[in-house]
Design a protein around this ligand. Structure first.
Ligand code: S3P
Length: 181
């Protein structure tokens, strides 16, 4: 038996959740376990635009970025089954969310505020966190976004300090969801 237990999800698994929740890290581990390709929507947006997300925000504004993000995610969801990590705002966009709902399996990586603050403090490349206190901004985003992230097909708690445990829990959530859907 292969290490993925011969389990392949029927659709692309889309990781959603706030900045710092660990979508890229857990997404890569999940992809490795399931022997599927991993793709990061933010990286694909940067490749397509030929510049960084910060530059897109600075030069064109957020709504332009959301349009690019929607197009890239749509394109990726039309491709083969894979593990797709999305930026924290992607699932908040109604049209992007409905594409994800239709064509993918959404998995919300839910993390506590302290974890998000700690993880986002390591780098300063995120435009939404540039102008202000990370804790304040992230707690406002939790209030605004968690009720929407809750609509994801699967919720997995992002555990502090153990990416392997979080990955195992994500895999279990995914298998349970696929078993009953
Ligand atoms: C954003 C999150 C970022 C990136 C952009 C906007 C958001 O991705 O897409 O800076 O609106 O939460 P990560 O969640 O991967 O940091």
């Amino acid at each position: 038996m292969s290490s993925n237990g011969n389990f392949t999800p029927p659709k692309t698994v889309v990781l959603v959740g706030l900045m710092g929740a660990g979508k890229t890290c857990i997404g890569k581990k999940l992809a490795h376990t399931l022997q599927l390709p991993f793709v990061d929507a933010d990286v694909e947006i940067e490749k397509a635009a030929g510049c960084t997300i910060s530059e897109i925000f600075e030069e064109h504004g957020e709504s332009y970025f959301r349009d690019r993000e929607r197009m890239v995610i749509q394109r990726l969801l039309d491709g083969p089954v894979q593990i797709l990590s999305t930026g924290g705002g992607a699932f908040m966009d109604e049209r992007t969310r409905s594409t994800i709902t239709e064509k993918g399996i959404s998995l919300w990586l839910k993390a506590d505020l302290d974890i998000l603050v700690e993880r986002t403090s390591r780098r300063n490349h995120r435009p939404l966190l540039r102008n202000g206190n990370h804790r304040e901004i992230l707690s406002r985003l939790i209030e605004a976004r968690y009720p929407v992230y809750e609509q994801a097909d699967i919720t997995t708690q992002s555990e502090e300090g153990s990416a392997d445990l979080t990955t195992r829990n994500a895999l279990k959530g995914l298998k349970d969801f696929c078993g009953r859907s």
